[in-house]
Design a protein around this ligand. Sequence first.
Ligand SMILES: Cc1cc2nc3c(=O)[nH]c(=O)nc-3n(C[C@H](O)[C@H](O)[C@H](O)COP(=O)(O)OP(=O)(O)OC[C@H]3O[C@@H](n4cnc5c(N)ncnc54)[C@H](O)[C@@H]3O)c2cc1C
Length: 439
Amino acid sequence: MSTFQHLHLEIPKCDKPRVVIIGGGFAGIQVAKSLRHEPYQIVLLDRHNYHTFQPLLYQVATAGLEPDSIAGALRQLFENHKDFYFRMARVTGIDLEDKKIKTLVGELGYDMLIIANGSKTNYFGDKKMYDRTFPMKQVPQALDLRSHMLQNFEQTVMSREPEEKDRLTNFVIVGGGPTGVEVAGALGELKKHVLPKDYPDINFDIMKLHLVDGGPRLLAGMSEKSSAKAMQYLQEFGVDVRMNTRLADYDGRDVTLTDGTVIPTKTVIWAAGVTGNIIDGLPKETVERGRILVDEFNQLIGYDDVYAIGDIAMMKTDEMPNGFPMVAPVAMQQAENLGKNLKRKLRGKSYVGFRYKDKGSMATIGRNRAVVDLPKFHFGGFFAWLVWMFVHLMSIVGFRNRLVVLSNWIWGYMTYDRGTRLIIRTFLRNNKYKPGDTL
Ligand SMILES: Cc1cc2nc3c(=O)[nH]c(=O)nc-3n(C[C@H](O)[C@H](O)[C@H](O)COP(=O)(O)OP(=O)(O)OC[C@H]3O[C@@H](n4cnc5c(N)ncnc54)[C@H](O)[C@@H]3O)c2cc1C
């Protein structure tokens, strides 16, 4: 029996077709915005009441930014939209035959369904790692890591056991993609410039940062030049980077790597990849490698009124036989294209296929270095970091957020200070945030 059975979605009936959007991420908010003036009733459902700017989650986890500067309230984003309804509810099932979605607070019929509920951390089915490591996909998870990290340093000050001190101050990051590299850089920055001021009684030589990746190079999705630069920057921070190495076991106290190394640590950050958030009820043949198979119009194959966009969508083309990368620009561009197509539908016009405009990719390492790959050339260093800052600032949802983030970054740059080292909510392993905790 559901705890929420006394609640109802309470969406009024009207004569306009109802478009239900699952997920207020990059794709969901973009498509909802593009349908603003069209004769549709729009219902947006999200398990959180805010949009998360995931590219900066690592800054929340490493005490660089407050969570509310990277999150935007969904109700506020759509406050003047007519025939728009937001409900904070987790969608638990989809019934394609009866054209309805299921939530813990009841069911809702749709005329058109847009599935935009993104992806989740991929543990490759390893329950032990799910229970013992820190993911980086949602704001509460980033806050868990921040509290845990600061609690570790508070305990280090009071510990007399050298091995325990190691365990508290060693960090292992699994995954050398942008998230792993950015977290490692931010921790390196904390170790060098910030923590020694807060904890003068700790000798920070004992704090060791390890990054492991099963592949041959960091930032595998970027150019070789950027991978090499990222490696150089991390090594300058003293990060022990081990390629072609995986985590073989972790019992909550010691990590064992596939090369046999044993590292005592209470902190393993899992940045090894993501997989689609598949909701129950979709036929087996519509799902491939954890994502929903769609055609070039983001339409679910075999279902006229159902679309999937963003990370959750598996659109295979000659150019991208394994689907498009799970990044924000793909999500936003697919949402824009779908918005245009749904307008064309209203005017009796045919759909236009999705074409991806790849504007490049980037990653930052520490406070003033980054690597940038543009379609025609690659560069790194301080200028790349300025480009990274500008692009991220402009992409954050909400004007207030942009101002807050900019002022934080300027302050941090001038003072070497990162402002938010508060343990507001003590982290306890058994109370680790689980995505299913919300409605
Ligand atoms: C740590 C990190 C760093 C990243 N850095 C970059 C970067 O630098 N550049 C870049 O381009 N991309 C980056 N990405 C990837 C980028 O964030 C995603 O590609 C993008 O968010 C995908 O957009 P989306 O709309 O498909 O999904 P999301 O933005 O994930 O949105 C999905 C939404 O659906 C909601 N939801 C999920 N399940 C349900 C459910 N059952 N019911 C109701 N609501 C649900 C979620 O709460 C969420 O709001 C990063 C991702 C992470 C995790």
